[in-house]
Write a protein that binds this ligand. Structure first.
Ligand SMILES: NC(=O)c1ccc[n+]([C@@H]2O[C@H](COP(=O)([O-])OP(=O)(O)OC[C@H]3O[C@@H](n4cnc5c(N)ncnc54)[C@H](OP(=O)(O)O)[C@@H]3O)[C@@H](O)[C@H]2O)c1
Length: 312
């Protein structure tokens, strides 16, 4: 295929614009160290419309993660072949992101083969949330088997993975969401569910785990400070959303360790989902053309699990 064709893409039309539009733009041309992927399904996340590189080329296709088929590879790309099914995370790339018919992806990005038995839709729902949950749990590696974890935001994309992964480590888990999502979190393996709208929720966690939990994973913005009282003295708290943290009582405060490589664990997670050993929370699959509805939904921060876009 010659890259002179146009493709459909959801774009930010010009620098500084706050709108996302469906339009036609040229298929990106790849450099020697890039792959061109024909996108089949895209994950939807809160960052999709505002993670923009300073050297972005406009109109700029948005989107961070996707699954598809390799169309062609640059001359210096090894380990990938046209025709292979891949899932990838590609953010802050000047040529644009994943909400398009094709994406140019750096070979050095997080790009992995899709395991047998996993479809494009399922694969596209995994990399950002799975990567984040795995890195957060790696940072909490000193929590012992049988230790306890409170997840502030247990019913979203990251929480859905975090509850199940923590359970596999043999931890006791409490998690917060609205009451409507409590059965969901308990079905994933949480031992205790609390409603963050209830002023008594911290008391309920401390009644469940007297003295406090070993660790907190604060997923939603602002939940670090409000969750700090449920951590035991000398415990750990990791903020997934980059909350500003003030240490107290010897609690170890952390952010996501971006430098940690969890590719092997992410592949394992995909295989477990393909084998039906882990649950993939997919609230809704939207046709590609309805992407703006999916973006609006995720921005409410009320989605259960993940939202995915599907190309026809
Ligand atoms: N550091 C990283 O690498 C990284 C990567 C990806 C995302 N993030 C951050 O992670 C956050 C998104 O996580 P996500 O994708 O899991 O979110 P999400 O899927 O949008 O989470 C939505 C869920 O969170 C629940 N929720 C909303 N507000 C809550 C609160 N105050 N307390 C407890 N639960 C709450 C909602 O439950 P109810 O409807 O029941 O209220 C809903 O089910 C974003 O802030 C983003 O910046 C960080």
């Amino acid at each position: 295929m010659e890259n002179t064709h146009d493709m459909k893409a959801f774009v930010i039309p010009q620098p500084g614009a706050h709108t996302v539009e469906l339009t036609e733009v040229p298929v990106p041309k790849i450099d020697d160290d890039e792959l061109l992927v024909r996108v089949q399904a895209m994950g939807v996340g809160i960052h999709d419309s505002y993670f923009l590189p300073s050297d972005a080329k406009y109109p700029y296709p948005i989107g961070i993660e996707a699954a598809g088929v390799i169309e062609k590879i640059g001359s210096r790309v090894v380990g990938h072949q046209p025709g292979n099914r891949v899932v990838f995370v590609s953010s802050m790339q000047p040529k644009g992101g994943t909400w398009a018919d094709y994406a140019a992806v750096k070979a050095a990005s997080l790009i992995m083969p899709i395991p047998t038995g996993l479809g494009f839709i399922e694969a596209a729902a995994i990399p950002v949330a799975g990567n984040t949950a795995l890195k957060a749990l790696r940072a909490l590696a000193d929590v012992p088997t049988g230790g306890s974890l409170f997840i502030a935001g247990g019913s979203g994309a990251i929480g859905t993975f975090a509850i199940q992964l923590a359970r596999k480590r043999g931890w006791r888990i409490a998690a917060s969401a609205s009451e409507v999502n409590h059965d969901y979190m308990l079905s994933l393996g949480a031992h205790k569910a609390v409603d963050y709208h209830d002023p008594q929720w911290r008391k309920q966690v401390l009644q469940w785990m007297p003295g406090g939990v070993d660790a907190v994973m604060a997923v939603q913005p602002g939940t670090s400070a409000e969750s700090l009282p449920v951590v035991k003295d000398g415990g750990s708290l990791i903020s997934v959303s980059g909350d500003a943290l003030v240490a107290e009582r010897g609690v170890r405060m952390m952010g996501i360790p971006y430098e940690v490589n969890v590719m092997d664990e992410l592949m394992q997670l995909m295989k477990q989902i393909a084998a039906g050993e882990m649950h993939l929370g997919l609230e809704q699959v939207y046709p590609f053309d309805d992407a703006l509805a999916a973006l609006a939904k995720v921005q409410t921060r009320r989605a259960r699990g993940k939202l995915v876009l599907q190309r026809e």
